[in-house]
Design a binder for this molecule. Structure first.
Ligand code: RP5
Length: 167
């Protein structure tokens, strides 16, 4: 059964939600459909795989996986789909995210996980990159993305005008 969910988002724990909210906000702003699942590669592996496979059958075009500590979520999802997987490592553990960064980025050849920065910046960039992937086949979305970038630049220039100092 084909639904209209473009992006499957998975986080490993409810404790990850405050960070992934930054990604879903971007997707909301671009009116890109997603489904957010809180399922762990370790604590509920069968449910992760089942939902990834269902989402792909339903028409999802890519996945975002975000987890902390020994973050295997991106790799497990990538192993069960042919769609692109964007990985967002999270801080918060004793190693401040270096653990999840390495666990997410150091994939063995053959099963890529495109890995972003640790934490909120990575979550935002993964969402923006997901939008960029979708712009390849969606001209209207591409126009909105270009507009977003222009506005972002404008904000930087305005901030500079209002705050620069000299003596
Ligand atoms: C990972 O372990 C989760 O993604 C989370 O970032 C981390 C800690 O999980 P909790 O113990 O807070 O549930 O699986």
């Amino acid at each position: 059964m084909a639904k209209n969910t473009k992006i499957g988002i998975f986080v490993g724990s409810g404790s990850d939600l405050p960070i992934i909210d930054a990604a879903t906000k971007i997707l909301d702003d671009f009116s890109v459909s997603y489904e957010l699942n809180i399922l762990s590669a370790h604590r509920s592996p069968h449910e992760v795989v089942a939902r990834v496979e269902e989402l792909e059958k339903e028409g999802a075009e890519l996945f975002i996986a975000s987890a902390g500590m020994a973050a295997h979520l991106g790799g497990v999802i990538a192993a069960h789909t042919s769609k692109p997987v964007l990985g967002v490592p999270l801080g918060g553990g004793d190693l401040s995210g270096l653990d999840s960064l390495l666990a997410t980025v150091q994939m063995p050849k053959g099963i890529p996980v495109a890995t972003f920065a640790i934490g909120k910046s990575g979550a935002i960039n993964a969402a923006l990159f997901a939008v960029q992937i979708l712009t390849v086949s969606d001209e209207k979305l591409r126009e909105r993305f270009v507009e977003f970038r222009k506005n972002q630049t404008k904000e930087v220039i305005e901030f500079n005008s209002n705050n620069k100092k000299s003596n």
